[in-house]
Design a protein. Structure first.
Length: 207
């Protein structure tokens, strides 16, 4: 089992678990960055689970722990899961260089995020995310890459805090002036040498 190959979806799932851990103080930013790199480069389930074995309450459900390591149980979102519905005020930092930073699906949105990415693509899809508060602050520090924010139709977006937009384009396809929208996503920071798009989820032709 430890030598079975893993898919991109499994790697992304483990990165989401690591994000939960940093949001609850189990990892510092350097450990989060190091373990994320390991997870994204993992080829087998044993390698993938090695970044989770010392985190209580978290385990990739199909992975097998390394020999001699404890095997914590992950409840996968059941009511007694200690990682569920515990908002945190800590800032979460996402970092990349020449990388694609993606958060999508049912991921937990911290109240304060800092996104640093150079020469890469950043995509934050909030359409199915779990919000821990009615207001979210996203600070951008991106260079020579694209930023794509997908927000729920009931949300409001405040882009007035973007204080540097250099050699870049900003396309807002939302009704961002809707002050009463919830959640309220406040975006600040800078976008240099790239493009930024804010939009609602695309509607299915079958809807």
């Amino acid at each position: 089992m430890r030598n079975l190959r893993v898919s991109d979806a499994e790697r992304e799932h483990v990165v989401e678990l690591l994000q939960r851990a940093i949001g609850h103080g189990m990892l510092d930013l350097d450990e989060f960055s190091e373990r994320t790199d390991t997870a994204l480069g993992a080829r087998t389930r044993g390698e993938l689970n090695s970044v989770l074995v010392d985190l209580p309450g978290l385990r990739h459900e199909d992975a097998v722990p390394a020999a001699g390591a404890a095997s914590p149980a992950w409840t996968g979102g059941q009511p007694d899961d200690p990682w569920i519905d515990r908002p945190t005020g800590r800032r979460v930092e996402l970092k990349g260089v020449g990388s694609t930073l993606v958060r999508r699906g049912r991921w937990r949105v911290p109240t304060d995020m800092l996104v640093r990415n150079k020469y890469g693509e950043t995509k934050l899809d909030f359409s199915s995310a779990e919000f821990t508060s009615n207001a979210v602050h996203v600070e951008l520090d991106t260079k020579w890459g694209s930023v794509n924010l997908i927000v729920p139709e009931q949300a409001s977006v405040d882009l007035n805090g973007i204080d540097e937009l250099k050699w870049s384009t900003l396309t807002d396809k939302t009704d961002s002036t809707r002050a009463a929208g919830t959640p309220r996503i406040v975006v600040t920071g800078r976008v240099v040498g790239g493009s930024m798009t804010v939009r609602y989820p695309r509607r299915s032709w079958l809807a």
